[in-house]
Write a protein that binds this ligand. Structure first.
Ligand SMILES: [Zn+2]
Length: 343
């Protein structure tokens, strides 16, 4: 017995003319939006990517075209961006306009969607993010404000992270006549391992960017085609590659990881003061978590030693007794909140 497989593009009693192979991203996007309107159901990014891929279109371009059509593309910024996406999907193309090249591009509709659909991971601790320290002499705890450095931080950090990559690409891409680009729509755990392997065999440098929808964008100084995705690379001028990096790979929100190969590597700036001779690092945490832990730790010392550690303990006692108790209390409060935040 065979199980009937329903085709979501096929509706009984209605002639559906599907976009042909080689149709432009806009035509495909229009068709898919029409389909959404007919069924009243939102298509998953996976569906869209597969549908686009089967017709030889760039899935990212189709996704963006759909998003902008949904948002109405009313404001001028959206128009400019949509035109840019259309321009950079005609590989290979002559030099495209470089106006505005170099700054991160925020997709306002995308941020709204991310918030509405609760896509920001629970583990993300967004700005303002506090790092806590204990003064080794007095036993007093104090915070230092630190950027959350999350790709999900709309206000500051996502843009700063993208900017660092764009700045580095402006220097490193331009040292080559051609940058090869490929996008893998349904990346798996082995996608970036394969890219690394090919680079080891054929040389060159690579940068890849992974997005939360599962796409991986690869930029390489050598053509790295293979029998498994990415199968083909497009040869781009450095300036075109930078535009693709800016408007597709790093379009915000979306990126979740990136890696430069060693020859292209940039050293990440050291973060936070770390543990030193005058203060001990206690890690990150919301103020109320630290407050609660502080109270618990005070009560414990009071009960065990009958003293106030911040006035009665010597620096040696702070180091050996008070610091471990505070650390344990913070871990306990965090574990408690973690356990109760699930439902
Ligand atoms: Zn932040």
């Amino acid at each position: 017995m065979s199980i009937p497989i329903s085709n979501p593009w096929d509706r009984p009693g209605e002639e559906v003319v599907e976009p042909s192979h080689g149709a432009s991203p806009d035509v495909i996007a229009e068709f898919l939006l029409d389909d959404e309107a007919n069924t009243g159901e939102r298509l998953t990014p996976m569906h869209v990517a597969r549908f686009a891929k089967n017709r030889g279109a760039d899935p990212a371009a189709v996704v963006h075209a759909m998003r902008h059509a949904r948002a109405g593309a009313r404001d001028q910024g959206a128009h400019v961006e949509r035109d840019a996406v259309r321009a950079i999907t005609r590989f290979p193309s002559p030099i495209i306009g470089t106006a505005g090249l170099g700054a991160p591009v925020h997709d306002k509709a995308g941020w709204a969607q991310v918030r509405a659909e609760g896509l920001v991971p629970k583990s993300a601790r967004l700005c303002p993010h506090l790092l806590w320290f204990m003064d080794r002499m007095s036993g007093v705890v104090f915070p230092i404000k630190k950027p959350c450095e999350s790709w999900w931080c709309e206000e500051t950090c996502s843009g700063e992270k993208a900017q660092v990559i764009l700045d580095h690409a402006a220097r490193s891409f331009s040292e080559f006549a051609t940058i090869y680009y490929a996008m893998v729509a349904d990346s798996d755990a082995n996608t970036v391992a394969r890219i690394r392997q090919r680079r080891h065999q054929r040389g060159g440098e690579t940068l890849w960017v992974r997005r939360f929808d599962g796409t991986v964008h690869v930029f390489s100084t050598k053509d790295l085609p293979g029998r498994t995705p990415p199968e083909r690379f497009s040869a781009l001028l450095p300036v075109e590659a930078r535009a693709v990096l800016q408007r597709q790979a790093l379009l915000l929100p979306g990126p979740v990881a990136r890696r430069w190969s060693r020859g292209w590597n940039i050293t990440d700036p050291a973060s936070g003061p770390g543990s030193g001779s005058t203060s001990a690092a206690l890690g990150g945490g919301a103020r109320d978590v630290i407050d609660e832990a502080w109270e618990l730790a005070l009560a414990e010392v009071e009960e065990r030693y009958g003293v106030d550690p911040t006035t009665d303990f010597t620096p040696d006692q702070i180091e050996t007794i008070w610091l471990p108790i505070v650390r344990a209390a913070i871990a306990r409060v965090k574990a408690q909140r973690w356990a109760t935040s699930g439902d």
